[in-house]
Design a protein around this ligand. Structure first.
Ligand code: PGA
Length: 244
């Protein structure tokens, strides 16, 4: 039985004041799923403190370096994230792939760097609108997964989370229908080998409290990676409550 997981991806939003207010407003009563909050790097310490005080959620980061240390100005390593009790780290978000040129090979290296340090990577995969229209969704997702499969051993999917995020649904208000999402989630699970049944596969792309319940009712949707709607503590808690 997989426990649902809800991850808030704040992206490059928020401020110190925003983060402090968010945690005074966040009420996770009645939430049965795991909850992760992924702020920008400067707020890791603040969110770590809030997580320690409340005990109701874990800390995640939005990215990491594939390198352990050295002359890589601006980068943040896995061990630096661990210093703040970070448990999860997003790798391969479509914004990093499309805006910062991250290839599937680089994303795979980040995935391994996270795992080797003891972090749980949340690997994002998903197709663009053009790729969906060309009926290449499964091919694209398979390629993104394969780049990771190529450099991990068969147990490598065990300590990991996958997030299926169709690029055309991110921040657009358009969501994949529950059936569309379920079909890709089932495909992803089939690609993960023997350990597939244990891996949490999250859906992401314009998730809100109004559409969360029907998405989470699907057999292979184990929660969500939430962007825009996670900036509102009340709305995010509602989405968390929808996962049972
Ligand atoms: P969204 O973003 O919920 O704003 O669509 C999701 C994501 O990019 O992780």
């Amino acid at each position: 039985m997989r426990t649902p997981l809800l991850a808030a991806n704040w992206k490059m939003n928020g401020s110190r004041e925003f983060a402090e207010r968010f945690f005074t407003e966040l009420n996770l009563e009645g939430v049965k799923s795991g909850v992760v909050v992924c702020p920008s790097f400067p707020y890791l310490g603040l969110v770590a403190d809030a997580a320690e005080k409340s005990g109701g959620f874990s800390l995640g980061a939005q990215d990491l370096s594939q390198e352990p240390k050295g002359a890589f100005t601006g980068e943040v390593s896995a061990s630096m994230l661990l210093d703040w009790n970070t448990r999860y780290v997003i790798v391969g978000h479509s914004e990093r792939r499309s805006l910062y040129g991250e290839t599937s090979e680089l994303v795979a290296k980040k995935f391994v760097a996270a795992q080797e340090a003891g972090l749980t990577p949340i690997l994002c995969v998903g197709e663009t609108l053009e790729e969906r229209e060309q009926e290449r969704t499964l091919e694209v997702v398979a390629e993104q997964l394969q780049a990771v499969a190529d450099i991990i051993d068969s147990a490598g999917w065990k300590q990991s989370v996958i997030a299926y995020e169709p690029v055309w649904a991110i921040g657009t208000g358009k969501t994949a229908t529950p059936d569309e999402a379920q079909a890709v989630h089932a495909f992803i699970r089939s690609q993960l080998g023997d350990l597939g049944a244990e891996v949490q596969i999250l859906y992401g792309g314009s998730v809100k409290s109004a559409n969360a319940r029907e998405l989470f009712a699907q057999a292979d949707i184990d929660g969500a990676l939430v962007g825009g709607a996670s900036l509102d503590a009340g709305e995010f808690a509602e989405i968390c409550r929808a996962a049972v």
